[in-house]
Design a protein around this ligand. Structure first.
Ligand code: COA
Length: 259
């Protein structure tokens, strides 16, 4: 499949998706968002892909956010029509396989919303992040007002969203906006190491675990606990549970069937 604004590469079980508009700091145009939605759905259905990494082309930017150029002249009705279809952020949220955001530079506005919709965020020490929409007179529209508060707490979310400040990677790590920070030179190695480790587990168990943990962000505790019990019961019915338990007792590595 050919894409205009995205590159896709496969490294063993991990697919690398690169936002590729380097001259615009990988700003997310409508075409880029549509292509990203398409590629993520394809990778989710591809049996050879177990984990997905999203990054930006070049050394400077993950993505500088939505393409601001395209905001000019957009009407409220046009914006609403876009929300009637499933957005990029909804799509990322619903992909069953783990998605890692490899944040290699600027990560602003819609770019931060994309990273926050992913499962794990690993940033280069040189990266800067911000929920910066307020600086151009708008507010987050890709889930930022909800996901940011869940990640960093209400006070930090309000501070970032209202002041529109950029924070460096170490501050992002401190407040829980990213999960790990490594020097730029080690970013790819560390991200792929983690992606490969996840890919080495039972793909079925990984999908169930992801669904259970992510539910904690949207369900009240009693419903979340019930949901976990349902998925745990499902895991009990899998061939991989039989294999995993037997392998442990026989002191050998498990050979996963992913069913
Ligand atoms: N949308 C569209 N184009 C963007 C963009 C965006 N979000 N961010 C950067 N670009 C473009 C610039 O217009 C410029 O294009 P040009 O060379 O045709 O003029 C190119 O990318 C390089 O950006 P530039 O501003 O020259 O780079 P810089 O290193 O001086 O500054 C930023 C980098 C990220 C600080 C600055 O570009 C910026 O503030 N961008 C907007 C970030 C933002 O608020 N995003 C949220 C949008 S809701």
């Amino acid at each position: 499949m050919n894409y205009e604004t995205i590159l896709v590469a496969h490294r063993g079980p991990t697919a690398l998706v690169t936002l590729n508009r380097q001259d615009k700091l990988n700003a997310m145009s409508m075409i880029l968002k549509e292509e990203l939605i398409r590629v993520l759905r394809e990778l989710d259905a591809d049996t050879n892909t177990r984990t997905i990494v999203i990054t930006g082309a070049g050394q400077k930017a993950f993505t500088a956010g939505a393409d601001i150029q395209e905001f000019q002249g957009r009407t409220a009705i046009e914006q609403w029509r876009m929300y009637e279809r499933m957005t990029l952020y909804d799509t990322v949220d619903r992909i069953a396989k783990p998605i890692l955001a490899m944040i290699n530079g600027y990560c602003f506005g819609g770019g931060l919303e994309l990273a926050m919709a992913c499962d794990i965020r690993i940033a280069a020490a040189e990266a800067t992040l911000g929920q910066t929409e307020i600086n151009i007179g708008i507010i987050p529209g890709g889930g930022g007002s909800q996901r940011l508060a869940r990640l960093v707490g209400l006070g930090n979310a309000l501070k970032l969203t209202l002041a529109g400040d950029r924070v460096d990677a170490s501050e992002a790590l401190r407040i829980g906006l990213v999960d790990e920070v490594v020097p730029q030179a080690r970013l790819e190695q560390r991200t792929f190491e983690l992606a490969a480790k996840i890919a080495s587990k039972s793909a079925l168990a990984v999908r169930l675990a992801k669904a259970a943990v992510r539910a904690s962000a949207r369900l009240p505790l009693d419903q979340g606990l019930r949901y976990e019990q349902s998925l745990f019961s499902l895991a009990m019915a899998s061939e991989d549970k039989e294999e995993g338990v037997r392998a442990f007792l026989e002191k050998r590595d498990a050979s996963w069937k992913d069913r």
